[in-house]
Structure formats: structure tokens, C-alpha cells
Design a protein around this ligand. Structure first.
Ligand SMILES: [Zn+2]
Length: 101
């Protein structure tokens, strides 16, 4: 059987490389998980298309908050969630995004 290439296996946020792993997160009620210490982004493996891209952009948003120190400010986690989710939603509603080669 031919092995299918995964969608994206790495992403770079401000020069830091994060490995993207497609795993079962639904059982823990997550779609994505930004893990800065492990330098990983976990994405629920059943997500496809816009839902997968929206989740990836959402987690990149968390990466931006982490890398820039915004998560050390008075912006709480709940507000961070609203910001990253709505930016991700607006981007996927308006653009067809594909990974750079
Ligand atoms: Zn989030």
C-alpha cells in the first residue's frame, strides 16, 4: 500500500520550527494543541480541508502569542482563545490557503 504523505509535517513561527503531529485529540475534547516546550503542534487527525486549516492557523496564533510574549501580558487565556479563533475563522472564510513547498 502506498503511504500517503501527511498534509504538513512542520511549521515555522518566528524562526522556531514546530513538528505537526496528527493525532486523536477528540477523545480529550480538543481539535488542536500548541505545545511550546515540545516544539509540537497537535492536530486532530480526522480534520480535513478548511477545518484542518482553521485549526492549524488557530494553533499558529497561540504560537505567535507565546513567541512574542503576548501571553505574558494581561491578555488572559480566554481572550487569547477568542482572538486566535476569530482570526483563523476569518482567514479560512476568505482565502484558499496551501502550504509553501
Ligand atoms: Zn486555542
Amino acid at each position: 500500500m502506498k503511504k500517503t504523505k501527511s498534509f504538513m509535517s512542520n511549521i515555522i513561527i518566528f524562526g522556531i520550527k514546530y513538528k505537526i503531529k496528527y493525532v486523536n485529540l477528540l477523545s480529550d475534547n480538543y481539535l488542536g494543541w500548541f505545545k511550546p516546550i515540545e516544539q509540537e503542534i497537535l492536530i486532530e487527525h480526522t480534520l480535513k480541508g478548511d477545518k484542518r486549516m482553521k485549526t492549524l492557523i488557530h494553533e499558529i496564533g497561540h504560537g505567535v502569542f507565546h513567541t512574542t510574549g503576548l501571553n505574558q501580558t494581561s491578555i488572559g487565556y480566554d481572550l487569547q482563545e477568542i482572538i486566535v479563533e476569530n482570526i483563523a475563522q476569518a482567514i479560512v472564510q476568505n482565502f484558499d490557503i496551501k502550504p509553501k513547498k
